[in-house]
Design a protein around this ligand. Sequence first.
Ligand code: NDP
Ligand code: FE
Length: 881
Amino acid sequence: MRVDRELKYTYPTSKHTTPLQTYTSNHPFLPVTNKHTCTLPTHPPFHQQTYTFNPFPPPPTPSNQKTHLYPPPLPPTNLHIPNPPHTHPSTNNLHIQPRPTTTYTSTPSLPRTNNPPPTLHPHPPHPFHQQTYTSNTPPAPSRTNPTPPHPFHQQTHIQQPTPPSLTTPPTITHHTPTPPHPLPPKPPHPHHAPRRTSLEALHRTSPHTRVDVSHPRGRSYTYSSSRYSVNDGYYLKTSSVERCHALAFGESWHRRRSESDWQKRPNSKNKMATNPAGTGIMENITPSDSPPSPFDAPTSSPLPSVPPNTPSTPSPSGPPTTPFPSSGQPRFPSASQNRDAKMPDLPEMGENESPGAQRQSQVSSSSRNSTLLRKNPRSRGASETSAGRIDPGTAFPPYDPRFSLSLSVSAANGAAASQLPLDDDGRKKIVVLGSGDFGLALATRLVQANYRVAVGSRDPERCRSKVEATGGIPMTHAEALRESAVVVLAVPFQHTGSLPLSNLANKIVIDSESCHFDNETMHARLVLYRRSSNPKDRDSSGRSQAEHLQNLLPTARVVKAFNVLSAYTLSRGIRGSKEVPVCGDDKEAKQLVSEVVKDLRLDPTDLGGLQSAREVEEIPFQFFTEWKFGVILSTVVWCIMFVVTLFRSQLCSNLENMHKPNFTWDWSGFDGIVRDNVSSSSAGAALTLLALCYLPGVIAAYIQLARGTKYSEFPLWLDTWLKGRKHIGILMLWNAAIHAILVLSYSMGSVGLYDDTYSWRGPTYVACGAFTLLLAGVLGVASLPSVSASMTWREFSFVQSRVGWLVLLLASFHIIFNFWDGLIKNNFSCYFLPSIAQLCIVLPLLTLVLKLPLLTPCVDRSLTRIRQGYERVSLHGLTGV
Ligand SMILES: NC(=O)C1=CN([C@@H]2O[C@H](COP(=O)(O)OP(=O)(O)OC[C@H]3O[C@@H](n4cnc5c(N)ncnc54)[C@H](OP(=O)(O)O)[C@@H]3O)[C@@H](O)[C@H]2O)C=CC1
Ligand SMILES: [Fe+3]
């Protein structure tokens, strides 16, 4: 008996968006087994395919044997066999029309995951009778299109029904298309979403791409097509993966992107949507955020997919988001995955990062995200590329320099880096011009790294002993330059003209100079560069020394490196890693220099083209740039608290009695200035600063909710505030510690904690204070790079967000229980000045009150979706679904 086979595929392309499509075909090639089902070996990513045999074969006409044979290019996951309509009509919506026409209707309600045992229809459609399958997917044109519908596209294959005929094979007909579901599709639950990482996506879309991830928390990963594995992908923290993805696709995590700048960029979202693999993988990559480190926007978790209907057009992104918490340090990611990542109050670092556009040079773009550039947001290059996205939710965002994730992506099929020439012993040869402090220190380290170092000097004999002490070989400039094609300039820039420049032609020249030694010149240049608002002026006057050098040596390949190191540090030996920015226009030269940097056990960070040298050269001269905001804010808050306590404790009593006769100034109250006033001021400042760590994240959340998108810029003041949360948090801890020490040292005995007046409140408020100090210490410790490096992003987010809010709550209780009676009352004495308790409790209570609505499920859900990339109304006028 001839057994014909019926092949059915079910394509659950998207749980919420794409209805099931079932195709039936007579497959002439399937192996016949003694079972009704067989599983064919499939490509790993493909899901199991199950075939069933149709016991009612059509006649063996050549025309029908190949009808509707759709070996789909991509994995069908479930086999759907409609049950008899009369048995489970409500479940399967299956209807059988009177013969000879049978209609099958498949709806999204069909179970996809529970594969029912492949039972055959009790009244199987006779092959000779026309069969009509109805799908509620949007009708697709294709009367003549022989190509099977792609499972990820909502296309259906339509054939004109033909009259029943013995020779007519069953046909699939589309009719009664159901309108799309009016409700927006829910994003797949993280647990149901395909567990693919951004790195996987990157790997699949760019299989020949090598990804080097140097994670600021101390680990380095390298992924290439040959070494990549899923396990590796999971090992990498999601946030890092996200950031990796974002950087790889030209996104900047840290920068504050202006609208005009945004418009210059290509649309990375579109790029994702049209990824060549067509697998939909990229949809799962939400450049959310974040970093995951608090400051570096951690993204959320496993990246729930952005709803497919989300407008893919890019929108000017606003940087983002949060405080103490993270700057998105796991700034690399977003990454946003599950609830952890999504933390409503912690907009991850990258969270506002809009899907970045792919730049011409991925390396360049990634480098521009470097922390180093972020240090100086006002400088041109930095402002373009570094403005950070902050996670509004985390306090103590990771320390930027350490948290910076440097990532370089280089095409494996690109030109290989030049090789350093080797001497007879197999040592790499390199030239250092200049036998000064830096030249000798560098030579020492290079020799320790098994390099043969030729030190070029104007007078080799004079510096012979010093050079030989380093292990280098003293030579004249000309002799040294014959040694190697790679030359490190360790000569002050102003003396560059004294060097035999013609001998530097066609060489790789490493410029290690930071700035002119001439302070006046340097100052003038930097000021000119920073202040000039005219780009033309900037270009002409703000050119870096490396660029000048490149102009001077047009045939050479100039690379900026090593300038952030000091001779002292080098000579003493650097323990641990040290980030060394490398920039240059020639990728090959840059790669070679990066190898040299690695050989010295340093971490090269590719900062892109030589123009980045403008910022790189300024790095050694930055002076607590990132701390400025926090220090100013903390100082102002503390001073306000101190003035209030001074008036209320010392001045008011005197000022109010001044009009009385025989008034004499009472100095007795001033004895306790250090003990009481400083302690109270520090306590008030600590609580206020703690609230100021979390308040901007809450404000950012409301802004995002109001705008319905995260792809819009925050106001500058909020952006600055979010970026400063980490430093505010550390200063809060400092104030709290001062208060605790002073109280323990002087006040404990006089407080009368266990007096009847305090009853239970005494021990309670002391306990609250103790726990507050303890947990605040945990927050501070967790923000240390070495500690946060050992934590997962989820752990880090938990500490900075959940524990942080707990600290705020406990600190508030500490004040409330201590000043139970005085918080409400005010005797309006002392010029209506509030007490220190009344003053410092305002912001914490305000922050907590504003936070409460965000915790309600509906608001939380909305905020989470927005932070995952959903746009209620996109900035381009498209309505999100
Ligand atoms: N010192 C540091 O910590 C760091 C320095 N740098 C950069 O490294 C470079 C060198 O710094 P450093 O070693 O401290 O400076 P030094 O003044 O110690 O050394 C400069 C060297 O340059 C050579 N030199 C001086 N004048 C001339 C000249 N007119 N023509 C040719 N060569 C000359 C001399 O070497 P010789 O007599 O052998 O010719 C001299 O030893 C600078 O550009 C600096 O910005 C970068 C990072 C850190
Ligand atoms: Fe206290």
